[in-house]
Design a protein around this ligand. Sequence first.
Ligand code: CTP
Length: 397
Amino acid sequence: MQGRKILFGVTGGIAAFKAAQWVRSLVKEEARVTVVMTRAATRFVSELSFAALSGRPVYVEIFSDDPRQVMSHITLAAEADALLIAPATAHTIARLAHGLADDLLTTTVLAAAGKPVVVCPAMNSGMFTHPATQDNLRRLRELGYVVVEPDSGALACGAEGPGRLPEWDVVRETLLSCFAPDDLQNQHILVTAGPTREPIDPARYLSNRSSGKMGYALARTARRRGAQVSLVSGPVALEPPPGVELFRVNTAREMHEQVMRLREQASIIIKAAAVADFRPARSETRKIKKSSGPQAIDLVANVDILAELGRKRRPGQILVGFAAESHDHESEGARKLHDKNLDLIVVNDICGRETGFAADTNQVTLIDKSGRVELPLLSKEQTAERIWDHVVSLLNE
Ligand code: CTP
């Protein structure tokens, strides 16, 4: 969001107070937010609140005696990278659907023709499901507006049903996808993430320190770039990325089963999961008691899911693996690229303080048949973007 210029339109619904929090979140991410309110919106939250949160003047009136603001709808529209209208009332949606321009916000939206406009309807569910509102939303989509579906649940008016503003993460992703390239559109991407847990008894398991952050960042950024994404995830403490189909698994065997079910339809498979190589030969149904003394645990090998994908891959399917290494990084990465029949391997050092399992940053080397590229230390999301750039270049070859 850094440096993005967002024109934030607020209209007169009770959810306007949530818009205040969203402005704050955008500003925290260093976006430049300019708020335009309808008159009705100022009855719910004051201009002063939005001015304080955005750190910028708030605009309401279309007519002004101030010569600097006479053409504000034109300058506001010209300056914006994207427009976000939240909450959008039934009335404003109707006005936009018909191209009306009777206040500063609607006039600015018309003047911003060609720029991305994200509309977040929020209202009573009767108003939302009314055929007139639904017709207007259809029209908005035809005109190229991005409409974010409201959530269902308890509404401020006491009713239950669709009409709640969605979570900020969903709207944030929608906005970010307006700025992202859509070079993964028409791709169906299968991502695996997180650790697996191999049960010893009902209380204990063998696992590893994978946090899932790298895989989730890959899923989130692929979705942003237009892909349809299936994410097979081991147990992690992360929120599912919006718009991604999530399949939760625990053991390597469950991950194997799920990946084999999904592999055919995927055009790109990327295996960021840290799959346990071994599992206890027996998983006890009753808790092992300490009175029975220290025990040796017999292990058996899990199937190497990635190697099996490499053997079964269909022509044109892109296969990307990860190599978690503590030493001999590049030779080990190159060996796995060859042995597992991959297009690309992402090698990372699991021992670095800023590149290990739970870190928010990563420093990886990409190795493919034509050579290697060492990326700098980046956030896991930026690393994911660079991996996708590389995959897109493989697709174009
Ligand atoms: N992988 C997998 N199934 C396994 C083990 C690993 O699909 N049973 C995948 C991982 O998701 C990763 C890649 O293989 O994409 C490499 O994993 P890594 O743990 O680095 O290597 P291993 O193949 O386990 O080899 P080694 O133990 O020699 O490092």
